[in-house]
Design a protein around this ligand. Structure first.
Ligand SMILES: [Zn+2]
Length: 82
C-alpha cells in the first residue's frame, strides 16, 4: 500500500516544446494526483509560441511533496538527480 502524501506544488512538462509550468489543477495529495491523471485532464502550454493542449499523464507530470522539500517526484526528474 502506498502512503498518501501531501503535495505542495505540481508541474506539467509540455511534450511539444519542453516548457515546464505549474499545473493549473490543484492536487492536495498523492491520491488526488493519481485520480486526476486517470480522469484525463488537459492543460494548455503557457509558451506563447506553442499553446498546445497537453493531456496530463504520469510521464509529463511531476510534483513537489510538502513534507519532503528535497526534490521533485516524477519520471521527468529521475534523470536529473546526479
Ligand atoms: Zn509547449
Amino acid at each position: 500500500m502506498i502512503e498518501n502524501k501531501k503535495i505542495k506544488e505540481s508541474y506539467i512538462t509540455c511534450g511539444y516544446c519542453g516548457t515546464k509550468f505549474q499545473s493549473p489543477i490543484f492536487f492536495g495529495d498523492t491520491d488526488s494526483f493519481d485520480s486526476a491523471i486517470t480522469a484525463g485532464n488537459t492543460a494548455q502550454c503557457p509558451n506563447k509560441n506553442c499553446r498546445k493542449m497537453i493531456h496530463c499523464n504520469r510521464k509529463n507530470m511531476s510534483y513537489l511533496l510538502a513534507d519532503e522539500p528535497g526534490g521533485f517526484v516524477g519520471d521527468d526528474f529521475s534523470d536529473n538527480k546526479a
